[in-house]
Write a protein that binds this ligand. Structure first.
Ligand code: NAD
Ligand code: TYD
Length: 337
């Protein structure tokens, strides 16, 4: 059995990752370690919760004592670090928790992983560490880091710490940097779920600036399949970019969502731009495609419709979140476990 600590596994990407892999790799013993912040939701893990090779521990990656205990108890030899504060807008409102979790939390994990002779430490990062592009070009793994938001700066710091632990101490670190994800279970503060839910509820769709900022979109399962490949075959000390060559200006996505839901474009409201708003992201994923034989499988035009349908069919999931009941519910359900 491979004992794998998956941090942040109750969030959007981490829970999709666990639900995808728990049956596929019965020899992976998945220990999901998550603080259950506003973004963590154990309901996401219903398909995994009774599986023998899965367990959940509520905890904060900045808590050294608890992590030390978990590494010893479960004889952790592999780490996949998804845990993070992940929303740019929140990082603009207050950067401190981003530094605490994303930087100090990652450092804490690296230290304990070093002491525990971990055999692979996979740091899940983002293309936002490369900063913003003009109309031309793409980010490759050798593009200089130039993060612009407190969020992306904290992620860039974590990447550099992780790679420094490989260089200095020989900790077997690999880093992935992925573009914007979409799909089921994404917290409705991010563009796509927020717009779908507002449109369903006939509320205004707040588009920042001129709506022409471009993101490079990837379906969450494609990202998770790439992480699986990197976890199994990625070279130590390397960075792998992950993306699906699917650039879209925000306004086009918003219009597509409205069309699919049969709603009027009058719901669109152009609002004040996000401070420091990165203009364009685009990722070159040639390296992972050629070296690790990964290719994205989902086309945006299919997977976005599937995603919209998922939110239409899972109103209970997001109604509880947006009504605020959710937090109390989970505190009562799980804090005493
Ligand atoms: P998310 O916000 O949905 O989930 C984050 C999870 O981390 C939550 O379950 C939360 O409870 C947990 N967490 C937060 N602070 C913690 C702490 N101190 N200790 C333990 N757990 C903690 O985020 P996501 O969208 O699933 O992103 C997961 C990872 O992927 C992040 O590292 C993010 O930077 C990266 N990433 C995200 C995207 C994207 O488009 N969402 C793209 C590229 C990379
Ligand atoms: P977001 O989902 O927050 O991801 P990121 O900022 O990490 O790329 O935003 C995606 C794009 O959508 C980004 O250009 C900002 C824009 N956006 C809006 O126009 N309105 C919104 O309400 C939100 C949340 C984002």
């Amino acid at each position: 059995m491979k004992n794998i600590l998956v941090t942040g596994g109750a969030g959007f990407i981490g829970s999709n990752f666990i639900n995808y892999l728990v049956d596929k790799h019965k020899d992976w013993n998945i220990i999901n370690f998550d603080k259950l912040t506003y973004a963590g939701n154990l309901e996401n893990l219903k398909p995994s919760e009774n599986k023998e090779n899965y367990c959940f521990i509520k905890g904060d990656i900045t808590n050294s004592d608890l992590l030390e205990f978990v590494f010893n108890k479960y004889e952790i030899k592999y780490v996949i670090n998804f845990a993070a504060e992940s929303h740019v807008d929140r990082s603009i409102l207050g950067a401190e928790i981003f530094v605490r979790t994303n930087v100090l939390g990652t450092l804490n994990l690296l230290e304990i992983a070093k002491r525990s002779n971990v055999e692979k430490f996979l740091q899940i990062s983002t293309d936002e560490v490369y900063g913003s592009l003009g109309t031309e070009g793409k980010f490759s793994e050798t593009t200089s880091l130039a993060p612009n938001s407190p969020y992306s700066s904290s992620k860039a710091s974590a990447d550099m710490l992780a790679l420094s632990y490989e260089h200095t101490f020989g900790l077997p670190v690999v880093v992935t940097r992925c573009s914007n994800n979409y799909g089921p279970l994404q917290f409705p503060e991010k563009l796509i779920p927020l717009m779908i839910i507002n449109a369903i509820n006939n509320k205004k769709l707040p588009v920042y600036g001129d709506g022409m900022n471009v993101r490079d979109w990837i379906y969450v399962l494609d990202h998770n399949k790439a992480i699986e490949k990197v976890f199994e075959n990625g070279k130590i000390g390397e960075v792998y970019n992950i993306g699906a060559d699917q650039e879209m200006p925000n306004i086009e996505i918003v219009k597509l969502i409205l069309k699919k839901l049969g709603k009027s474009e009058n719901l669109i409201e152009y609002v004040k731009d996000r401070p420091g708003h990165d203009r364009r992201y685009a990722i070159d994923s040639t390296k992972i495609q050629t070296e690790l034989n990964w290719t994205p499988e989902q086309k945006f035009e299919d997977a976005i419709y599937y995603t919209i349908d998922w939110y239409l069919n899972n109103k209970q999931w997001w109604e509880r979140i947006i009504s605020g009941e959710y937090q109390n519910y989970y505190e009562t359900m799980y804090s005493n476990r």
